[in-house]
Design a binder for this molecule. Structure first.
Ligand code: SAH
Ligand code: SF4
Ligand code: F3S
Length: 466
């Protein structure tokens, strides 16, 4: 069962925040924290909570672990290379600890929800002081107080179905583009994926809490709200609500802003939801709908609960209802037992759908998942070849994809200085396509009409028009 963290517990944590702040205020110089987040938007959002809590405890922030009083690695477990990167970075902190034995080194996030990782940290990374799991985030003030008052290694990784903790302070990375978690965890157990094991069961935040957070963000100037969950399409099932209902309510908040969301699972991308998106003018015209494979046989092995045909039907319906929509996807190459013929079905699917862009991954075995135990006879080298073939096919499809925008005037949220040149501004269209354009710096943070003049593989270039 989901554990709702009580108001009393949150107020107890606030008391610890104050105690730590008092200890820190006695120091000659204000202490500094370095928080490094790996992984997806969900983790970035947790990182904002970690920084929010640390800020309340009197910590300033630095971009590097050097000279920091506390270092926290907020980790990701989704693929082997994500974990290797964390271990590499953790190893490098040994020198920092030698230089400054008072430094507090903490590791949290998805990796530490795995027992074998905690064992490895205990054994091979003795300079790590504090390990806390995804369900223990809200207890950070208490854990830091413990570290400051009695220096001993502490490991706190509660299991269970997962918690919902409201009222954790936030230090937003970006005040223009604001992330709002709407649900946590995942129940889908795609056979390759570690997320359901490290993030617990699917649980939705209360409708009213989400709307209040969205309103407050818009009132303080946010122009883009990113609604977050592992599978936002199943929001609210246990509350008698739905993602469609939530989208309508967020869309009805007064003000000029854009609504984005991630991730969507194709099995729950219903016609009703697509109709809702078509009607809600603030919702992005970008569908990121991870297909993973174009082979129905592999999709079944992956436990995805849709067929190739189901997927094609959804994308056709999107094209019919919202002809302007951009479509992107995730693909896994080399799932255990995948043959070259199966892989060719993925190639034919991407040719058929014509995605704007793809996030492509070589299958990475994750201990504890169902696919981990499946025979996997294709050598990595061969998978690498398939992967390069996929990139080259998508490269051809993507080329000239943006030509259709040349000559049109598009609404762009201006985010900052140009990606191609400092003298330009940059932003994203309603389809999430990146645009660099000529214009006055005062446009940063506003919606701007941009006339598109040139199209490249990954970016449009144009001029702002009134
Ligand atoms: N909840 C999101 C996905 C989160 S993980 C969703 O279902 O869309 C993001 C992407 O990582 C997945 O879509 C998948 O393509 C990829 N991925 C997940 N586990 C993987 C693994 N074991 N090996 C390779 N890629 C993986
Ligand atoms: Fe992983 Fe599947 Fe859940 Fe996405 S929906 S997080 S891929 S188990
Ligand atoms: Fe990684 Fe955890 Fe996100 S495993 S992808 S950080 S939910």
């Amino acid at each position: 069962m989901t554990e709702i963290i009580t108001a009393e517990e949150m107020s107890r944590q606030r008391e610890f925040t104050e105690k730590v702040a008092r200890l820190n205020s006695q120091r000659e110089q204000p202490p500094v924290a370095h928080v490094h987040t790996f992984g997806c938007q969900q983790n970035v959002s947790d990182g904002e909570k970690i920084k929010g809590m640390l800020s309340g405890m009197g910590y300033g922030f630095s971009d590097s672990p050097e000279g920091a009083d506390i270092v926290i690695f907020n980790t990701c477990a989704v693929r082997g290379n994500a974990e290797d990167r964390v271990f590499g970075n953790l190893g490098a902190l040994k020198h920092e600890k030698r230089r400054n034995p008072d430094i507090i080194i903490g590791v949290c996030g998805c990796m530490v929800q795995q027992e074998h990782v905690v064992k490895k940290i205990k054994r091979s990374f003795p300079h790590v002081d504090l390990v806390f799991g995804t369900n223990a985030l809200h207890t950070l003030p208490e854990l830091i107080f413990g570290q400051l008052t009695e220096r001993k290694r502490s490991f706190y990784v509660p299991g269970g179905d997962g918690v919902i903790a409201e009222g954790i302070p936030l230090k937003r990375e970006n005040s223009l583009k604001v992330s709002i978690p709407i649900m946590y965890g995942c129940n889908n157990f795609c056979s390759y994926c570690i997320v359901p094991y490290v993030r617990g069961r699917e649980r939705s935040r209360a409708f009213s809490d989400i709307i209040a957070e969205a309103k407050a963000a818009v009132d303080s100037g946010a122009k883009e709200l990113l609604l977050l969950g592992q599978n936002v399409n199943s929001y609210g099932k246990e509350l008698g609500s739905s993602f469609s209902e939530l989208l309508r309510a967020v869309n009805a908040i007064p003000g000029e802003f854009k609504i984005c969301y991630m991730s969507s699972h194709p099995k729950d991308a219903t016609r009703e939801l697509i109709d809702t998106i078509a009607e809600c003018e603030k919702v992005t015209r970008h569908f990121h709908l991870p297909v993973q494979s174009g082979s129905t046989r592999i999709l079944k092995e992956m436990n995805r609960h849709y067929t190739r045909e189901d997927y094609l039907k959804i994308t056709e319906y999107i094209r019919e209802k919202i002809p302007d929509a951009a479509l992107t996807s995730d693909i896994i190459v080399g799932f255990p037992g995948e043959t070259y013929e199966d892989f060719c079905e993925t190639l034919s699917l991407i040719r058929e759908v014509k995605f704007d862009s793809l996030f492509t991954f070589v299958y990475s075995p994750r201990k504890g998942t169902k696919a981990y135990d499946l025979p996997d006879p294709i050598p990595e080298e061969e998978k690498g070849k398939w992967f390069r073939e996929l990139l080259s096919v998508q490269g051809e499809i993507g080329r000239n994809m943006y030509e259709k925008y040349v000559g049109r005037t598009l609404r762009v949220l201006c985010e900052g200085t140009g990606r191609t040149k400092d003298s330009l501004l940059t932003g994203r269209t309603e389809q999430d396509v990146i645009v660099d354009f000529d214009g006055d710096e005062r446009l940063i943070g506003q919606f701007v009409s941009v006339k598109i003049e040139q199209a490249f593989d990954w970016i449009l270039v144009g001029k702002s028009v009134e």
